[in-house]
Ligand binder design. Structure first.
Ligand code: T1G
Length: 684
């Protein structure tokens, strides 16, 4: 293993280099090398100042997460940062790329910081269920002020070099060659004493009104719901305003260790790698090249078609969008423009960028225009006959090598592919609504889908900033298939005595953004409805039959006021009671735990079936789908990681407890039973 740390000398300035691709993670070797080189520079009389810089694409991007959970290797990072700060000669951090976590802390341990304008600094530890554990919660407020430190540490969002400079976290922004200017800066400051030590600064932490912290928490309440790390970060920064550095840093260490040993940090660190693993396709050689996608065709300018198109337009990829009539086309493109303009109004894109994006859009009523596209995505009515008719036409129009994708959310992609002469070029691209916002993309691999088509889809997903997960062909793929048992049990629970509010409350308390019935009302109670008001086989049918299709109709499982605020509906309760009476279902008290077991444990069982049928590549992919597609709380890692944390034996026990109520179609996943029996886990 080559030593990632080296040094060179320019005149009387020592440069300490880190070269630890891909992101200069601060591994044990990096930590050991930094201490070695700082001590060497300090004892070398020919050296009057030091620059710490990184090769490759970024300054240190943080501690090496792969070391977490393993026996610590000395020196640990706090010691390294303190050693840099204690150096008797000035140390300058030369920052490019993303100085994150421990990388930001190393920079703060330096006496000075210079950065490229394109650089970013941040404390993403909170996204790992942690806090900056190498003095960052004490140094950042001392150098950048309490407000900035709170924002960085509790949100995990990086700040620009300009913002860092404006708040004093960076001493100079460098236009041009970073190293050359960093050495020049070191020359300028080499004789200045006393050395500016972040840990000794008090001006920005003395006399801070404690109400700042309560106010911040009130203004950012969402951050503090569920996740425990944001509060710990706030507490440490508050400590920086109440006690000297050496006491505050003990508070930081105590809280860091508490978080590190807790289930939320474990879940978030698991998820960090789960998300990256999802991008890998088992069994496809890394050498398989993606096809070039210069123009995308979208069939259907409805909510999905418009949202899907926006993803490509925003990534600078031209789109030809096709509709059946001018009204539908105008309505669809109008909504796309309105969405862009509201984004621009929020300052998240400029008017010019709106113009650029819309300038790449080619609306058309002519199906033949799709002949110029390299990827064509069908986003029309969820009906197999309609889709088959479209793919039959596409087969005759699309150019050779064009990829033909369906945005279907449930239907059989193999059956759709079977009407074409090119099933190897067909797959599913299941976007989640709203398609221009939701990050999840299920890439549905047909039996005949070619490897390079799959590789193209995964590469394109990254380009349009989606988190893609490969799914096999089955009804509902991964996410929606696991919704089925959840919704089935949720509706059965209503007949047995639970209310929509109770079921939803249990799910929101668990950490979901909304419960099954709130979600049904938002997405549309009529999704998948057979449209026959005379046929009433379920509570859903009964609601659809009287136009209670959800928020869009002002009523669904809940009543809604003009601001779409939900309230329990007596009418719905009457429908439920009537239905229960007709079915002869006895009402009884339902415990919250029963709701968890019948809706969440059955989801885990379905996830296990998806795995045993090979419809997901790995358990962590199932978790990525549920976090990004449905808002499963990351601090619980995802359904399969959560099940592991609960204990699979406990999951099986719970299901057995509920078995008599789960319905005649209920069956156990053999994989779940086997793993529970063997004391194994899904996600380790
Ligand atoms: N440790 C180990 N590996 C890492 C890593 C890290 N910190 N960051 C990235 N990688 C790997 C990643 O798994 C992937 O590997 C490859 O690098 C490229 O990453 C004490 C405790 C820097 C913005 O949380 O946010 O410091 O899949 O695909 O999209 O206070 O990586 O190729 O095998 O994400 O260009 C705090 C985490 C740590 C930053 C680049 N730091 N990383 O994004 O590439 S905790 C973080 C990122 C800490 C101290 C505390 C991103 C990135 P592979 P990538 P990218």
């Amino acid at each position: 293993m080559t030593d990632p740390i080296s040094s060179e000398t320019h005149g009387d300035i020592r440069i300490i280099w880190s070269d630890n691709p891909p992101v200069n993670a601060i591994s044990a070797a990096v930590r050991q090398g930094l201490v070695r080189e700082i001590e060497a520079a300090e004892s070398d009389d020919a050296v009057n100042a030091v620059v710490i810089a990184c090769k490759g694409r970024t300054f240190f991007a943080g501690a090496d997460i792969t070391e977490f959970g393993k026996p610590p290797i000395m020196p640990w990072l706090p010691e390294v940062v303190d050693r840099i700060e204690a150096c008797t000669k000035p140390v300058v951090a030369a920052i490019h790329g993303t100085a994150l976590g421990g990388g930001c802390e190393i920079a703060l341990g330096c006496h000075y910081r210079v950065a490229l304008p394109s650089a970013k600094m941040g404390f993403p530890e909170v996204n790992l269920g942690l806090l900056p554990g190498a003095g960052g919660t004490q140094r950042a407020p001392r150098v950048g002020g309490v407000e900035l430190a709170l924002q960085m540490a509790t949100t995990g969002k990086p700040i620009s070099a300009q913002q860092a400079y404006d708040h004093g976290l960076v001493d100079r922004l460098i236009e041009g060659d970073l190293l050359q200017h960093a050495v020049a800066f070191a020359e300028e400051v080499k004789d200045i004493r006393p050395l500016p030590k972040s840990s000794e600064r008090q001006d920005k932490v003395d006399g801070v009104d404690p109400s700042v912290f309560e106010d911040y928490k009130k203004a950012n309440a969402k951050l503090f719901r569920g996740d425990i790390a944001p509060q710990a970060n706030l507490d440490c920064i508050k400590a920086a305003t109440e006690m000297p550095y050496d006491k505050g840093v003990m508070v930081e260490r105590t809280k860091f260790m508490e978080l590190m040993s807790g289930p939320q940090a474990r879940a978030r660190q698991y998820f960090f790698f789960a998300e990256r693993k999802a991008a890998k396709i088992d069994g496809v050689d890394e050498s398989v090249e993606p096809r070039e996608i210069k123009r995308v065709g979208v069939i259907g300018a409805g909510t999905m078609g418009g949202g899907i198109s926006m993803n490509f337009l925003s990534a600078g990829i031209p789109v030809t969008i096709v509709e059946m009539n001018q009204d539908a086309l105008d309505r669809g493109t109008g909504i796309m423009l309105k969405n862009y303009q509201s984004t621009a109004k929020k300052g998240r894109m400029t008017e010019e960028q709106v113009g650029q994006a819309m300038g790449l859009l080619k609306p058309s009523l002519n199906f033949e225009d799709l002949g110029e596209c390299d990827l064509i995505i069908e986003a029309v009515y969820e009906n197999m006959d309609v889709k088959k008719e479209i793919f039959t036409r596409l087969d005759g129009i699309a150019k050779p090598g064009a990829i033909l994708a369906s945005n279907t959310s449930y239907l059989d992609v193999n059956e759709i592919a079977s009407v074409t002469s090119r099933p190897q070029d067909v797959l599913g691209l299941h976007f989640f609504s709203p398609a221009n916002i939701m990050k999840l993309l299920e890439v549905v691999r047909g039996d005949k889908t070619a490897d390079d088509v799959l590789v193209t889809a995964m590469a394109l997903a990254k380009k349009i900033r989606k988190v893609a997960v490969v799914a096999g062909v089955c009804y509902g793929f991964i996410g929606n298939r696991m919704l089925i048992p959840r919704q089935l049990q949720a509706e059965k629970l209503l007949l047995e005595g639970a209310t929509p509010e109770q079921v939803d409350r249990v799910h929101v308390a668990f950490g979901m953004p909304m419960g099954p019935f709130q979600m049904a009302d938002l997405a549309g109670v009529d999704i998948g409805w057979h449209r026959d008001p005379s046929r009433i086989d379920s509570i859903r049918d009964a609601l659809c039959a009287i136009d209670r299709w959800g928020q869009k109709k002002g009523a669904g499982f809940y009543d809604y006021d003009e601001n779409r605020r939900p309230s329990p509906s007596e009418k719905v309760q009457a429908i439920i009671d009537d239905f229960a009476a007709k079915k002869g279902v006895e009402k009884r008290d339902i415990s919250d735990q029963e709701i968890v077991e019948r809706t969440l444990y059955t989801m885990v069982n379905e996830g296990a079936k998806i795995l045993e049928e090979g419809k997901a590549q790995r358990a962590s992919d199932v978790d990525v789908v549920w976090v990004y597609g449905y808002g499963w709380p990351v601090y619980r890692g995802g359904p399969m990681h959560w099940a592991d944390a609960e204990g699979l034996d406990k999951i099986v026990e719970g299901l057995k407890r509920q078995e008599s109520r789960l319905g005649e179609d209920w069956s156990y996943s053999q994989l779940l039973l086997d793993k529970a029996e063997a004391g194994e886990k899904f996600t380790r």
